[in-house]
Design a protein around this ligand. Sequence first.
Ligand code: ZN
Length: 94
Amino acid sequence: MIQTQSSGPIIVCDICGKRITDAKMALAVMPNSKKYQNGNGRVLHVHKESCQAEVDEQEGTDELTRHIRHLITNVNLTLKELEEEDRIDRDFDI
Ligand SMILES: [Zn+2]
């Protein structure tokens, strides 16, 4: 799940409750069952290996890195725009 701290949003593992600090070592879990096919399914975020064993094998998984990239695309942001936002934040020490 995504939570907010004073430093900004973070992703917390929905299984162990600890912060996910390495996107390459985490998965997004999308419900596969028919009841979620209307697009209302909640996405879980879990650590690979240590926590993914707790996820129902029927659920679909995706690399967290790819999931975040798709999310950025679906809100019509480009990597160039993100880099510009980052530059502005650094310039203003945000
Ligand atoms: Zn975990």
